[in-house]
Design a protein around this ligand. Structure first.
Ligand SMILES: [Zn+2]
Length: 249
C-alpha cells in the first residue's frame, strides 16, 4: 500500500452506488488514474464540491498493488473551473478536452507535457480565450504529443516544407507536400497550415492576438478530426455532442 499526493486535473466524475463517486484524473507523475471517492455523493461530504470537471486540485490517494482503482483520501481545490462550466459552450469544450485526454493517454504513464497542455488550455479558457481557438490549439498539440501527427515537421515524403498545396493523405494518416501528394487525399486550406505553424511556435495566449479567422479554425478542425478518427477508428462522443449542439461543421 502506498500513499501518494500530486496536483491533478479532474477528467471525469461519475456516481458509484448510493454514496460514492468514481473519478478519473490526470497528474504529471502518474498520468491518468481512476479512483473511488467514498461518500462523495453525500450532501455534506467534504469531497462533494471539490470534484468538478477540469478543476485543478491537490489530491491525495492510496494505491494498492494489483488494484486498478486507487482510493482518493483528500481533495482540495487549487483552481475551480466554475467560470468555464457556467456556459453551454464552456461545458461542451470541457467535456471534449477531458475525453480527448482519456482517449489518447494510456492510464498510469507519466504525462508531464500533456498535463501542462491541459492545464494551460484550461487557464486560457478561464481567462476568456475563445473556446473554438483554445480547443483547436489543444487538439493539434494533443495529436502531436501522442505521436500521431507531427504537424510542424517537414514533409515525411521528401523533407521539403509543408507549404501551400499540402495534402492530407491516407485518410488522415499524414500531411505531405504538394509534389508528394499529387492528386491523392484532400487539399489542406492555407489557413490551416498557417495555424499549425503558429501553434508550433506560439503559446495559446499569444495566438489569441494573431487574428486567426473562423474559416481557418474550421479548416483546422476538419484536419484534426480526420487525423483523430483515422487513429482512434471512431469519433469521440463529446465531439459529436458538441457538433450537434453548436450546429457547426
Ligand atoms: Zn514532399
Amino acid at each position: 500500500m502506498r500513499f501518494r499526493r500530486a496536483e491533478a486535473l479532474i477528467l471525469d466524475v461519475q456516481p458509484l452506488g448510493d454514496a460514492d463517486r468514481i473519478v478519473a484524473f490526470l497528474t504529471r507523475e502518474a498520468g491518468v488514474l481512476r479512483g473511488v471517492a467514498r461518500g462523495a455523493r453525500r450532501r455534506y461530504s467534504r469531497h462533494a464540491g471539490q470534484l468538478q470537471l477540469l478543476s485543478r486540485v491537490d489530491l491525495q490517494w492510496l494505491e494498492k498493488e494489483g488494484r486498478e482503482l486507487v482510493r482518493i483520501t483528500s481533495v482540495e481545490t487549487l483552481r475551480a473551473a466554475d467560470a468555464l462550466l457556467a456556459s453551454l459552450e464552456g461545458v461542451l469544450a470541457a467535456s471534449y478536452l477531458a475525453e480527448s485526454v482519456r482517449a489518447f493517454a494510456p492510464e498510469g504513464e507519466p504525462q508531464e507535457l500533456l498535463f501542462r497542455l491541459l492545464d494551460s488550455t484550461v487557464a486560457a479558457l478561464l481567462s476568456g480565450v475563445e473556446p473554438a481557438l483554445a480547443t483547436r490549439y489543444f487538439e493539434v498539440w494533443l495529436l502531436r504529443l501522442a505521436g500521431v501527427f507531427p504537424f510542424a515537421s517537414p514533409c515525411p515524403g521528401c523533407g521539403g516544407a509543408l507549404a501551400a498545396g499540402s495534402r492530407l493523405v491516407g485518410g488522415g494518416e499524414s500531411l505531405v507536400c504538394a509534389s508528394c501528394g499529387g492528386e491523392e487525399g484532400e487539399a489542406v486550406a492555407p489557413g490551416a497550415l498557417r495555424f499549425l505553424a503558429a501553434a508550433a511556435r506560439s503559446p495559446l495566449g499569444q495566438l489569441a492576438g494573431e487574428g486567426v479567422t473562423e474559416t481557418d479554425l474550421a479548416a483546422v478542425e476538419r484536419l484534426a478530426a480526420a487525423v483523430r478518427r483515422h487513429f482512434l477508428q471512431h469519433e469521440l462522443r463529446s465531439y459529436e455532442v458538441m457538433m450537434r449542439t453548436l450546429g457547426t461543421v
